[in-house]
Design a protein around this ligand. Structure first.
Ligand code: CTP
Ligand code: MG
Length: 185
């Protein structure tokens, strides 16, 4: 008999959120607290456009990564205190890679965005949403593949692909309404 229980939807969904929380937090924190010296220090690439642009700053990068690691440490505490063994088990390494990877993906995205001639803040729908997913998961895949294969199932991967655009869009609209972001994407 085909048995589809509520758990078969909820667990991959919760696992997806649990894995990605340290990767989701850095972007909004960078938008809130970023500013100052740009990562490319104002330099142009050979095409005459900026390497990355004024939207990628050291302060945004490091405070964002720290915030992502911070939320990961909270996850580790909560999961230890409440014995949440049905959720993926975050480690100091996994949360660091996820947070770092998310903003590295964001930098790489901006590099290619500039090469396509898109200005800072211009819309580039798929890339603006999936840069952090690609960055975070590829960095974990390279640096801690055993963790990734032990904790990311096919279903939670699919849940990540569905959840990310929804969360991304909602958070950016909120950011726009409270005037942290200039554009609602
Ligand atoms: N931010 C930052 N440092 C980073 C990433 C983001 O300071 N490493 C801040 C910037 O103020 C940026 C805002 O967060 O404007 C929103 O980030 P994002 O949408 O990624 O940047 P954009 O300004 O849209 O630039 P791009 O077109 O390069 O994506
Ligand atoms: Mg943007």
């Amino acid at each position: 008999m085909l048995h589809i229980s509520i758990e078969s939807f909820i667990i991959p969904l919760l696992s997806a959120l649990w894995i990605m929380l340290p990767a989701y937090v850095p972007n909004p924190v960078a938008a809130l607290l970023g500013g100052g010296t740009p990562v490319d220090r104002g330099r142009n690439y050979s095409d005459g456009r900026r390497w990355l642009g004024d939207g990628k700053t050291y302060r945004g990068f490091f405070l964002g990564v720290l915030a992502g690691i911070g939320i990961g440490l909270v996850e580790m505490q909560v999961s230890g205190a409440y014995g949440l063994s049905f959720l993926p088990e975050q480690t100091l390494l996994s949360v660091t890679l996820l947070a770092f990877g998310a903003l590295l993906g964001d930098l790489v995205k901006s590099f290619f965005k500039r090469r396509l001639g898109k200005e800072r803040g211009a819309k580039w729908p798929a890339a603006d949403m999936y840069d952090l997913v690609a960055g975070a998961l590829i960095l974990v895949l390279i640096a801690d593949p055993a963790w990734l294969f032990a904790n990311l199932t096919l279903w939670s991967f699919i849940a990540i692909l569905i959840l990310t655009p929804l969360l991304h869009r909602s958070v950016n609209i909120i950011g726009y309404l409270i005037k942290v972001k200039d554009v609602p994407w």
